[in-house]
Design a protein around this ligand. Structure first.
Ligand SMILES: *Cc1c(COP(=O)(O)O)cnc(C)c1O
Length: 398
């Protein structure tokens, strides 16, 4: 299980957040999923099978790398990076995709569907489905398909069908709507492989559990490299899966400070960022009660970020609870700050991280001079930056 405070949830509540706000037709597959999941999470064979796949196919454990040159350049404490960029397909998303595809097989499903924004989750599910012999369909906004053409090709190469979504703003939230529609008609043979710690119960719990491998490894590696838990853990937050994954390894130790970094985009007005806690208003999106970016009438606001992976108007319910209970601090970093951070890490350490992950580094750069030099900071490097090269070239970074 994730950690003590989150265990006590009833029907997927984290404090007041979470729940299952779905149309009646989706209750059938959700109840089936809850039943199989409750069984799978304590099933030794299921967990052993998943661990072997994570090791021999995905490349776990990922290393924890100290970056002293970067640390010196930011006048900071010791800095360690948890290298999810080294995982197969280039980001932490594969941990969840493999877990859910294995769960789909346990349920006797032959087909998986998924939504994707930047295409990272789509690529992870396409890979997991190919590896495990499942049919795969990915819903993607038509705008995103244009912006992320290489990832569309990757998914197709691995045998997935990519369906273009023209509705709404033709981006991620519209792709989620279409995937939910598909699921309501296809759940007899289909599992919906949701991509972040979001959506109706039991998805936030399932995704957080599959990503908790990051925190477990990092906890152990910290003992080996630092000799204790780190003083501070920082992660970027789109829906919140890499963050809850790494945080879960340290939440029980009250001495470990934690910071989640949202996308500050290019301005403070609604529509110019994806910093849900900047306005901190609650509502329901995609089956989940949480903090959402919305206008005065409760219509979901548009969002903006240089990193597609952080560009979503709601945040996972575990983070909503950790914010309200003040266990974790939440801040934002702007597009420009993320670009500078990416550049600095690449030059100083030879690591090109994803623009998403660069948001976490950007906040560290901001606070580094005020941190004690003998402190240790772990940053979740959620993915690699190859996918962002076109964006970097457009922004004049290269
Ligand atoms: C998708 C993605 C994210 C954001 O998703 P979370 O669920 O918040 O982790 C962050 N980093 C990378 C590299 C991603 O691909």
């Amino acid at each position: 299980m994730l950690y003590k405070e989150l265990i006590s949830h009833i029907q997927g509540r984290y404090g007041e957040f979470g729940g299952m706000y779905v149309p009646e037709i989706l209750m059938a597959p959700i109840l089936e999923l809850i039943k199989v999941w409750n069984n799978a999470k304590v099933d030794n064979i299921f967990n052993q099978t998943l661990n072997l796949i994570l090791k021999n196919y995905a490349g776990r454990p990922t290393v924890l790398t100290e970056v002293p040159t970067f640390a010196a350049m930011i006048n900071g404490p010791r800095v360690f990076l948890k290298r999810e960029d080294l995982l197969h397909t280039g980001a932490h998303k594969l941990n969840n995709a493999l877990g859910q595809c294995l769960l789909a097989k346990k349920m006797g499903k032959t087909r998986v569907i998924a939504e994707t924004g930047a295409g990272q989750h789509g690529v992870a599910v396409a890979a997991a489905a190919a590896h495990l012999g499942l049919t795969c369909v990915v819903y993607m906004g038509s705008k995103d398909m244009q912006r992320q053409a290489p990832n569309v090709s990757r998914m197709k190469l691995m045998g997935a069908s990519v369906i273009s979504v023209e509705q709404g703003s033709a981006t991620l939230k519209d792709a989620v709507n279409q995937a939910l529609r598909d699921w309501s008609e296809s759940f007899v043979d289909t599992h919906y492989c949701l991509g972040s710690a979001l959506g109706p119960h039991p998805f936030p719990e399932i995704v957080a559990e599959f990503q908790s491998v990051i925190g477990r490894e990092c906890h152990k590696q910290s003992q080996d490299l630092i000799g204790s838990d780190p003083d501070l853990v920082i992660a970027c937050i789109g829906g919140g899966s890499n963050a809850i994954g790494i945080f879960s390894g340290f939440l029980n130790n009250k001495k470990v400070r934690m910071i989640g970094v949202e996308a500050g985009g290019h301005g403070r007005l609604l529509g110019e960022h994806a910093a849900r806690f900047a306005t901190a208003t609650c509502g329901v999106l995609h089956g989940c009660y949480t903090y959402v970016l919305q206008d005065q009438y409760g219509q979901i606001a548009s969002t903006a970020s240089i990193s597609a992976g952080l560009d979503y108007p709601a945040i996972g319910p575990q983070h909503a609870h950790l914010y309200k209970s003040k266990r974790v601090e939440y801040v934002s970093a702007s597009d420009q700050e993320a670009l500078s951070a990416l550049k600095l890490l690449a030059k100083s350490e030879g690591i090109i991280c994803a623009l998403e992950s660069a948001h976490a580094l950007a906040h560290l750069i901001k606070i580094a001079p005020d941190l004690s030099k003998d402190h240790s900071v772990v940053v979740s490097l959620s993915g690699r930056g190859d996918k962002d090269l076109p964006q970097l070239m457009n922004s004049g970074v290269i």
